[in-house]
Design a binder for this molecule. Structure first.
Ligand code: HEM
Length: 384
């Protein structure tokens, strides 16, 4: 009696098992692109989902960053305690618990020192625009945010140039299946650990703080350098780097804040945000069967498309118009625009000759853009 009854049951389980295997293999690497505000909101701020599930959904597509950078922070881990500690630490960097307000005046001096330290390289001949943007931003973040003391450790240009190129290259390769250059990460880390000695893995902080920031700085300088009034506005802000000045609309034209917000809207440094989630393809299937057939889908929020959507931004969404505004979900959403503006202002404060390439770049694509220091007075005094 028994053997006869178990046989068909075994057969059913075997068929279900095989179907599940075939189904899963057919559905591996599934991706879907989300382009509506509602879908993107549901993906990034899902109601009734635990913090662990949200972190897990973010960590899965970011596994490439573990391979490339060996980082184990809240972007690559689903552990809520890692999230709590990391968010607390980054928040304490941008609003120090001692006086609860960031020292913007010191930050602006650090940015001015950074451009003064590295621009002499562009005195005799033009240098690549993106090289200057990357190195000045990294130095400002190291000194102005992470507290590195340049009088104690030499943050020399060739090393910073090497590190920023290395980060770019590792980021590019992280999106491919290509092997990583064997020693690149360890050489990048060697420099970073020399500068930032009180943090076990400085890249855990440098990736979120610097990698998006330098591209905002580059776009800000590229889009504003030829407009005298805007440069003057940035120069005033550099002298008084405080919130009222950041938000101040001069007689004609936008505030510095509006310019940065518009750059973040039109050229979002994070163009896509991915979450990998388990999905039951037919919701009406009983749950005991549904979960057996669940599949893993990576949903990609197309931030760039939504931030250029006419139904959200009205007519002319592709036009650079700083008179509009947009918030970001990021611990540094208020700090980062001010910081980017100060670094850009320090660069714009110099007498520069910027030759424009054919199009604006992102992480790459700045071919044809060069920058040359033409501040005669300062060049002369440096040569003395
Ligand atoms: C303009 C520059 C910046 C942009 C465009 C930006 C953008 C973003 C975005 C889109 C996210 C959400 C990512 C996701 O959930 O997948 C994020 C999260 C985050 N950002 Fe930024 N960010 C910038 C600067 C910074 C800086 C300077 C810091 C550190 C001081 C920072 C620290 C963080 C942290 C810790 C999170 C994770 C927050 C959490 O999990 O609750 N960001 N950022």
């Amino acid at each position: 009696m028994y053997p006869q009854a178990t046989c068909p049951l075994l057969l059913i389980f075997f068929v279900l098992f095989m179907l599940k295997k075939v189904y899963r293999s057919m559905n591996s690497n599934l991706q879907s692109q989300l382009t509506t505000l509602l879908d993107i909101h549901e993906l990034l701020a899902p109601a009734g989902t635990s913090l662990f599930s949200q972190l897990e959904a973010r960590a899965a597509p970011n596994v490439r960053l573990v391979r490339a950078f060996d980082i184990h922070n809240t972007f690559t881990s689903a552990d809520p305690s890692i999230h709590a500690v990391f968010v607390k630490k980054t928040k304490s960097l941008i609003s120090p618990p001692s006086n609860n307000s960031f020292d913007w005046l010191r930050f602006s001096h650090v940015a001015v020192d950074a451009i003064s330290a590295y621009l002499p390289n562009a005195m005799l001949a033009p240098v690549a625009f993106d090289t200057v943007m990357r190195t000045v931003t990294l130095r400002t973040i190291l000194v102005g945010l992470l507290g590195v003391d340049p009088s104690e450790v030499d943050i020399d240009f060739p090393a910073v140039d090497f590190v920023t190129r290395g980060i770019n290259e590792l980021w590019r390769l992280s999106k491919t299946t290509s092997a990583l250059p064997p020693n690149l990460l360890s050489e990048v880390n060697e420099h970073l650990r020399h500068w930032v000695s009180d943090v076990p893995n400085p890249l855990e902080f440098i990736i979120p703080a610097y990698e998006t920031m330098w591209r905002v700085v580059a776009l800000t300088v590229a889009l504003t350098h030829s407009d005298a009034k805007t440069r003057e506005n940035f120069r005033d802000y550099l002298e008084q780097p405080f919130l009222e000045r950041f938000r101040h609309f001069p007689h004609s034209g936008p505030s510095v804040e509006a310019i940065i917000q518009e750059i973040l809207r039109l050229y979002p440094p994070t163009r896509h945000i991915s979450r990998t989630i388990a999905e039951i393809p037919v919701p009406s299937v009983p749950s005991f069967l549904g979960c057996r057939f669940s599949r893993t889908v990576t949903k990609v929020a197309d931030i760039e498309t939504i931030q250029r959507d006419a139904s959200v931004w009205g007519a002319f969404p592709h036009v650079f118009d700083p008179m509009r505004h947009h918030p970001e979900r990021c611990v540094a959403q208020h700090w980062a625009p001010q910081a980017a503006a100060i670094i850009a202002a320090a660069i714009l404060g110099r007498e520069l000759e910027i030759v424009e390439g054919e199009k604006l770049g992102g992480r790459e694509g700045w071919e044809g853009w060069t920058i040359r220091d033409i501040d005669d007075a300062q060049s002369a005094s440096r040569m003395d």
